[in-house]
Design a protein around this ligand. Structure first.
Ligand SMILES: [Zn+2]
Length: 292
């Protein structure tokens, strides 16, 4: 059984780590915008790229009070045309093929969507994908944001900060085309089945899906235990992963991927799947690891 690092995956994972700029920089920039400085002047004064200042200026104008950050790179040449301009896409578009150009981003976002995301319909056939992230984990926030942009080719993500959590929202006509699991009602009250093209195939696909699911709906715990031996009481620490999801279909998607990766798991109770066997925890540590 092959266990170990896949350098390609790990490199990709860390490429996601570009951190969001701190709130105080955003606020300072907006103050200078209000004071009448132009993007170049603000950029020089705060040592922040001019494109970032420009994006902040637009965001603050459009959504006062909301913190909005913009894309690292512009990909305007990669826009998926709508098959029904002005209305809902009829799902015969190129969006699935487009999304699959970066399979790692797609499967990690699929995991995040199945875990803690939802899609809602707005006006003129536009949908909003919203993923709620814990504010404690800026690395995960940046990763979800990056993945949402990679999958959609959209250039901007709106970030709404609440107490303790952050809602990332990405607006696109094709979210239901790339996540056909979108439907009425809560995910655990309806069937969630992956369609053919979105079924993970390679180990990398499975790894990224597992990573997305654990980073949204799971946890990595370190449990101290004491065991009596002939030399007295000994302390041990053992690590385990737990995924909590109310949907049995989503738990099955998770355990199917674990099976494909030769990771042992067991059902803890009605909502929880746990991975506690040492070699399996080690395997997950190679591509999931603690939330960050
Ligand atoms: Zn579409």
């Amino acid at each position: 059984m092959k266990r170990g690092n896949d350098p390609v995956v790990i490199e990709h994972v860390f490429a996601y780590g570009a951190a969001m700029r701190p709130q105080h920089e955003f606020e300072r920039a907006i103050e200078l915008v209000a004071a009448g400085l132009n993007d170049c002047q603000i950029s020089r004064r705060l040592d922040i790229p001019r494109g970032t200042i420009r994006d902040w200026r637009h965001a603050a104008k459009k959504n006062p009070g909301f913190r909005t950050v913009h894309a690292i790179a512009h990909r305007s040449d990669l826009v998926v045309p709508s098959t029904n301009p002005g209305g809902r896409c009829d799902h015969t578009c190129e969006a699935p093929a487009f999304a699959m150009q970066n399979r790692s981003a797609y499967f990690s976002l699929l995991g995040q969507y199945l875990g803690d995301g939802n899609i809602s319909e707005l006006a003129r056939g536009v949908y909003r994908l919203r993923v709620t992230c814990d504010q404690k984990y800026p690395g995960i926030i940046a990763e979800v944001e990056r993945a949402a942009r990679e999958v959609s080719g959209r250039r901007s993500t709106s970030v709404v900060e609440w107490t303790g959590c952050v809602d990332l929202a990405e607006y696109w006509k094709h979210w239901p085309c790339v996540f056909p699991q979108h439907g009425l009602g809560r995910k655990h009250e309806r069937p969630i089945v992956l369609t053919g093209w979105q079924t993970p195939v390679s180990r990398t696909d499975h790894r990224m899906l597992v990573r997305g699911l654990i980073h949204s709906d799971g946890c990595r715990f370190i449990n101290p235990i004491k065991r009596r031996s002939k030399n007295g009481l000994k302390r041990y620490e053992y690590t385990r992963y737990v995924l909590t999801n109310a949907s049995s279909d989503i738990r099955t998607i998770f355990t199917d991927s674990l099976d494909a990766l030769d990771v042992e798991w067991r059902v803890m109770n009605a909502r929880n799947i746990s991975v506690a066997q040492k070699a399996s925890v080690f395997a997950l540590d190679q591509f999931v690891g603690p939330k960050y």
